[in-house]
Ligand binder design. Structure first.
Ligand code: MG
Length: 375
């Protein structure tokens, strides 16, 4: 079925403060209306604007799937202009949405569309849960909230039915649901969303910005695995800590198997390959290199892309040396190298019950997981 979104953005609303009408004011780096249009990107969109805002709408007029229609004196007239512009095009359903509700979710839109399979109209709303009072500066009385709803948009309708309802209406309706009901259409209530707020007052913009920031959070996870064999020696490096031991670890660098696994986990989260890609073993300059160079490079690469280390977890697999007594030192050293709090770093160890190469004490294995967050 052909569904068209009508985004109503023709108001002059200035309750949100001086300057541009609220739908054209910036929100998280772009105009409110850009967010609203993006929420309906899956649909053909009619953007209804005030004729004086034509210069502001130019950017959107060139977007694929967006058409501009001029609004009228009232909101109802603006909607009617958009509905009439769609006449004779085989449109079956319309979603009429406030331009100043930029945070509408795909789930709310889907609920409205689904309900239109059964009903001529459907709209999202939230039940009133707060007590309702009457009064000016003091409470003069209370009102019963039973059966009361806070209406939201998009309000969805079968196209021919809502077009006829608007054309027959005498004016003065609060919204399209009232127009529909005055024409005898049944309008189903579907569950709205507390985040689907209508930007009205200045503080609403701050709340919307915070919600967008949370929504746009990018979380990435990577894992790393490394093995180094034992060789002759009297010490080894694990997670940046030098441990005296009857044997050393064989490797091109300092063979810090734990730090290598962690470094690979960070590269993995960034989809940036592994240590070998950034520090080729064929390059003699990395021979005997201290592994904190690798880890520092990986974490700085993450930071340069806007990511912070949320947490990491390193597991060393060996019979000996015993890791437990040194685990806190290792966490502290990794925290120092990466410049993050120690509470975000875990180092732990296990044996392999004397099984396999770690059990036979031929080498040490390490596994690591890292989570990066861009907020
Ligand atoms: Mg290695």
């Amino acid at each position: 079925m052909t569904t068209v979104a009508i985004i109503v953005a023709a108001g002059r609303g200035s309750r949100a403060g001086a300057g541009l009408p609220k739908q054209w004011r910036p929100l998280a780096g772009q105009p409110v209306i850009a967010h609203t249009l993006a929420a309906f990107a899956a649909f053909r969109r009619i953007l209804v604007i005030h004729p004086e805002d034509h210069h502001l709408a130019q950017t959107y007029a060139s977007l694929a799937g967006v058409e501009i229609v001029h609004g009228g004196e009232t909101r109802a007239q603006s909607v009617r202009n958009a509905l009439e512009a769609l006449a004779g095009q085989g449109v079956e359903r319309v979603l009429i949405h406030d331009g100043a509700r930029p945070l509408v979710s795909a789930a709310v839109i889907e609920r409205v569309i689904s309900a239109l399979n059964i009903h001529a109209g459907a709209a999202p709303a939230l039940a009133v849960t707060d007590a309702l009072w009457r009064g000016e500066h003091s409470v003069q009385g209370t009102a019963d909230r039973t059966g009361l709803w806070r209406a939201q948009t998009p309000q969805g309708f079968r196209y021919e039915a809502i077009l006829a309802a608007h054309q027959a209406h005498s004016g003065g309706a609060a919204d399209d649901v009232e127009v529909a009901r005055d024409a005898g259409l049944s309008v189903a209530i579907v569950t709205g969303d507390e985040d689907n707020l209508k930007l009205t007052f200045a503080p609403d913009f701050a709340r919307a910005e915070a919600l967008i920031k949370r929504r746009d959070m990018d979380i990435r996870m990577g894992n790393g695995y490394d093995v180094h064999a034992f060789t002759e020696g009297d010490h080894l490096w694990l997670c940046g800590v030098r441990l005296p031991h009857g044997r050393g670890l064989l490797g091109h660098s300092d063979a810090d198997v734990g730090m290598h696994a962690l470094t690979d986990a960070i590269y993995g989260a960034l989809a940036e390959g592994d240590i070998g890609r950034h520090f080729p073993p064929s390059d003699p300059q990395w021979k005997g290199a201290a592994s904190h160079i690798f880890l520092h490079h990986a974490i700085e690469l993450a930071r340069s892309r806007g990511y912070q280390l949320s947490n990491c977890d390193v597991t060393l697999v060996c019979e000996r040396p015993k890791i437990g007594p040194h685990a806190l030192d290792m966490q502290a050293e990794l925290a120092r190298i990466m410049q993050v709090e120690m509470g975000r770093i875990s180092v732990k160890a296990t044996t392999s019950e004397r099984l396999g190469f770690t059990g036979r004490e031929e080498g040490i294995a390490a596994l690591a997981t890292a989570v990066l967050v861009k907020a």
